[in-house]
Ligand binder design. Structure first.
Ligand SMILES: Cc1cc2nc3c(=O)[nH]c(=O)nc-3n(C[C@H](O)[C@H](O)[C@H](O)COP(=O)(O)O)c2cc1C
Length: 243
């Protein structure tokens, strides 16, 4: 052994090994914490019946909407828009179409997930334009991809296309609910509304949109009894089938 340099190298390796194990343990611990936080957040959230006056900050709202914008969608086509309504006046107009659910007006913001009402080549062309811009590919390079998506959509009836667009909006809603919970923002997904009334008040027809589902957000009222109701969910084995 060529002392002392070999000893130095061996002790260096040992220290490095210990440091590595230390950082790995910390990293694993952090990963476990993130997983626990996610589950805690999902246990914490519930469909709020009564909101408080507290407003969601602009920054939190932007972050939540940005996270929602990253939702997955079929072929990535994102055939929906997300409308944020803060105006008390508009929400008052929406009240008669909300079957007495005044939380749409009490909450901090009302979010409307609205599907595109025209689905087809126009949906694909819009996406391909964006795809070309982001990936720096030519329309020619994307032509097979485009044709494939157009053909898949053209095989659907008008009703199926509309249904498909609503499904994509619901995926965004699911993601929105989880992200909101992680950010400790309360919410209540809602379909107990008159969709046509919402379309009318919000002028969605002219925008080529139609209401899929809505979701008031904000912070739970301390008097909201629903907060104390136990979660009613089927057990793991009743939901998950392992084949
Ligand atoms: C698509 C959808 C529509 C819903 N519509 C309403 C609604 O109109 N009003 C309401 O108070 N809750 C509504 N909810 C909330 C559900 O009742 C609630 O999520 C369910 O009972 C499970 O309870 P939890 O979310 O509080 O854990 C809706 C939920 C979903 C996902």
């Amino acid at each position: 052994m060529n002392l002392p340099s070999d000893l130095v190298i061996i002790s260096f390796i040992k220290v490095t090994e210990k440091t590595l194990i230390f950082w790995l343990t910390i990293h694993q611990q952090k990963e476990r914490e993130v997983k626990m936080k996610l589950l805690d957040a999902l246990h914490w959230r519930y469909g709020v019946k009564q909101f408080s006056d507290k407003k969601v900050s602009e920054e939190d709202l932007k972050n939540l909407l940005n996270a929602t914008r990253l939702s997955a969608s079929s072929y990535g086509l994102q055939p929906y828009n997300i409308i944020v309504v803060e105006s008390a006046k508009i929400r008052k107009q929406l009240l008669p179409f909300s079957y007495g659910q005044d939380k749409i007006a009490q909450s901090s913001h009302l979010i409307i997930f609205a599907a595109h009402s025209k689905v087809g080549d126009v949906t694909v062309d819009r996406y391909i334009d964006k795809h070309a811009l982001i990936t720096d590919k030519s329309h020619q390079q994307l032509s097979n991809f485009s044709a494939h998506m157009k053909s898949a959509l053209s095989n659907k009836t008008e009703l199926q296309k509309q249904e498909w667009a609503h499904q994509q909006a619901y995926i965004a809603l699911g993601n929105f609910l989880t992200c909101a919970a992680v950010m400790k923002i309360d919410s209540c997904p809602m379909t107990g509304i008159d969709n046509a009334g919402y379309d009318l008040v919000l002028g969605l027809d002219k925008k080529g949109l139609t209401t899929s589902v809505i979701c008031p957000i904000g912070y739970r009222n301390k008097d909201d009894m629903q907060a104390h109701s136990p979660k009613v969910r089927f057990d793991y084995d009743e939901v998950i089938m392992e084949l």
